[in-house]
Design a protein around this ligand. Structure first.
Ligand code: SF4
Length: 75
């Protein structure tokens, strides 16, 4: 399993994560920030456990994120 997290309040809505990992990220029409689909929120951090096969896409999103708020690790 992998764990993906997002410090959502700092999202600038650049859309890179949605482009790189479209199965897991969407832009919110409400506030223009991205949403990690299915994630649980705790104190502004959104966290989701995914299968190993989701690692590369989300790692690419984490590397591309200009404000460095996506974290991907094995857990
Ligand atoms: S790449 Fe980062 S800043 Fe851009 S939409 Fe995704 S989480 Fe937000």
């Amino acid at each position: 399993m992998i764990i993906v997290s997002q410090n959502r309040k700092k999202c600038i809505g650049c859309n890179y994560c949605v482009e790189l990992a479209p199965e897991h990220w969407r832009m919110s029409k409400k506030d223009g920030k991205s949403v990690l689909l299915g994630a649980q929120e705790k104190r502004g951090f959104y966290t989701l456990r995914l299968e190993e096969e989701a690692f590369e896409q989300n790692q690419a999103a984490a590397k591309a994120c200009p404000v460095n708020i996506i974290d991907v690790r094995r857990g």
